[in-house]
Design a protein around this ligand. Structure first.
Ligand code: ADE
Length: 225
């Protein structure tokens, strides 16, 4: 999977995209992430990427030209399955959407800023709009990182234990069951006996029952879907 992330704040990606699973996926050659500074594609003397909104109103708008220049340059190199704009009014990300997107090979993620992007970017260049929740962030960068992380861990081979993405919460619309590790008893707080029994089938059944009970209690809406 290749992700090309378009942003006017490339420095924000330096830490999070260089840690743990994301980094391992890149060193293993399973995932490629390229960060592009929209400013590099501006033809203005001052390399500006934003301007006032036509018709007035507070807030700057990211202009179409540098974004189009960047997307056009990328599309000359390869075909893209999606051009995703991160925006609070997009469809809300969930595990099903992440699963579907994880099957794609090449995607562009566009991070908005200020009052957003010129509507013509959305109308003519973007193929999908995604929100990470009903709240407004200062920009699309954190949302792009959330989306990238959710997708990368689904790429086959990225997680050591292939089954571990399948047993995540939300796969099958169920929350994950509780997990325990050593010691079997700590300050009198015990691990459920069943998990120490060595009886695989019973343990699986217990985990499933726990998942259903937890989902009923915490997220009954998932069971209606
Ligand atoms: N940009 C600002 N807020 C956002 C959100 N909630 N999701 C995606 N992109 C955003």
């Amino acid at each position: 999977m290749r992700l090309d992330i378009l942003t006017c704040l490339p420095e924000l990606f330096e830490g999070p995209m260089n840690q743990s699973i994301v980094r391992r996926s890149m060193t293993k050659g399973l995932v490629e992430i390229e960060i592009h500074n929209i400013r590099d594609y501006s033809t203005h003397k001052q390399k500006s990427v934003d301007d006032y909104a036509f018709g007035g109103g507070a807030g700057m708008v990211l202009t179409i030209e540098p974004i189009d220049n960047c997307i056009t340059a990328l599309k000359k190199e390869r075909d893209y399955d999606e051009v995703i704009y991160l925006t609070p009014d997009g469809e809300t990300l969930n595990q099903g959407i992440a699963n579907g997107l994880s099957l794609n090979k090449n995607m562009i993620l566009l991070c908005g800023h200020y009052k957003g992007v010129d509507q013509r970017v959305r109308d003519h260049l973007v193929t999908r709009e995604i929100s990470i929740g009903d709240y407004v962030l200062s920009g699309g960068e954190l949302a792009a990182m959330v989306l990238a992380d959710a997708l990368i861990r689904l790429v086959p081979g990225v997680l050591n234990d292939e089954s571990s993405a399948l047993t995540d919460s939300f796969q099958d619309n169920l929350l994950a069951p509780p997990v325990y590790s050593r010691p079997a008893e700590y300050k009198g707080w015990k691990v459920p006996d069943i998990l120490l029994s060595g009886h695989e089938a019973k343990i699986e059944a217990w985990r499933h029952d726990q998942s259903v009970a937890l989902t009923k209690k915490k997220r009954p809406d998932l069971l209606d879907e």
